[in-house]
Design a binder for this molecule. Structure first.
Ligand code: GTP
Length: 325
């Protein structure tokens, strides 16, 4: 089945109280003409957010058996399967799915579900991971909780909530820190969930065609730098890669550092190859493919981004250098 006929899925993550439910309500109320199936995941016996959500036409499914990332991935697969079956049988109609994860959930296993489960892969395509960040508490949460950093590391888009409660200077400092953890994700405000939906739905963050836009000078300003465990580094070069060497090198690094690598993505300029190669991955699952052709007037280049925990940047860089022609 082509991506066009698959149902896009957005994973909504963010720390406890960041404003995920507020955003979701906003999305459900907006006149976007789309029918949305929402999967809620709550800790504990009874779901609370289900009651807080304003119910419209949407189908809301709650998973209360535990954290989405550990115990209930099977449930997620089952629920997505049931939704697809009902859709096929004409009992339900929806254009997209949003999965709201609990504040502490690690989004990786949720994202990986879409790579590894054939039944899910057939019907759904992972559109993006959206992370809501609380502008009031994020600095402290990033200091104290590894999960908060991970949620930034995985994001395709970051939404800043509660910027109305802090000074512009503090927002700027936070943005800078977020960019250091994840230079891939663009950051936009979401005042009580109010944000440009075009920037968060159908953005194809997991597509291999997605543009890899990186703020060129995000690492320049070292003031206010934090000792975050999760960090990114970018490898840029205009020299072409020997593709066979690069593949062997990346596979080896993923084998060794897969658990520490949260997200990685790159555009590769391979020697004697008329087309760009784009690859991306989550932990140990990587995929890559040829995409558009380089144009004659273009400066061919490669940009590779690695986001992870305690990654040996020098080792990556030295290895990548050795893969150049
Ligand atoms: N001032 C202000 N408050 C906000 C904003 N966005 C959300 N809130 C408030 O923050 C609180 C938490 O918002 P929720 O949407 O419940 O957060 P959540 O991420 O779903 O919370 P959990 O499900 O507990 O993790 C609520 O009281 C919201 O009204 C914002 O932009 N500005």
């Amino acid at each position: 089945m082509s991506t066009a006929s698959k149902t896009p899925v957005t994973i909504l993550t963010g720390f406890l109280g960041a404003g995920k439910t507020t955003l979701l309500n906003r999305i459900l109320q907006e006149q976007h003409g789309q029918r949305i199936a929402v999967i809620e995941n709550e800790f504990g016996e009874t779901g609370i957010d289900g009651d807080l959500l304003i119910q419209g036409d949407e189908q809301i499914v709650e998973m209360n058996n535990g954290c989405i990332c550990c115990t209930v991935r099977g449930d997620l697969v089952r629920i997505l399967g049931e939704l697809a079956q009902k859709q096929a049988a004409g009992q339900l109609r929806f254009d997209r799915v949003i999965i709201e994860t609990t504040g502490l959930a690690d989004p990786a296993p949720v994202a990986q579900t879409f790579f590894v489960e054939d039944a899910i892969y057939a019907d759904y395509t992972l559109d993006a991971i959206i992370t809501v960040v609380d502008a009031v508490h994020a600095m402290q949460q990033l200091d104290a909780h590894h999960e908060a950093q991970e949620q930034i590391g995985f994001a395709d888009r970051i939404l800043l909530s509660k910027t109305d409660l802090v000074a512009a200077e503090q927002v700027a400092q936070l943005q800078h820190r977020l960019m250091q953890i994840n230079p891939r994700a663009s950051i936009q405000p979401a005042h009580f969930g109010q944000t440009d939906l075009k920037q968060i739905l159908d953005i194809d963050g997991f597509s291999l065609d997605a543009i890899l836009a990186i703020e060129p000078d995000f690492l320049q300003d070292v003031a206010h730098s934090h000792d975050d465990e999760i960090r990114a580094f970018v490898f840029n070069t205009e020299r072409p890669f020997d593709l066979a060497k690069l593949e062997v090198f990346l596979e080896a690094m993923i084998e060794i550092y897969g658990t520490q690598l949260l997200r990685y993505k790159g555009i590769v300029n391979a020697f004697n190859d008329p087309q760009r190669i784009v690859f991306q991955g989550v932990h140990m699952l990587m995929s890559g493919d040829h995409t558009t052709a380089w144009q004659a007037h273009e400066q061919r280049h490669s940009t590779l981004v690695f986001i992870g925990k305690d990654l040996p940047q020098a080792r990556f860089e030295e290895g990548l250098q050795l893969c150049l022609v």
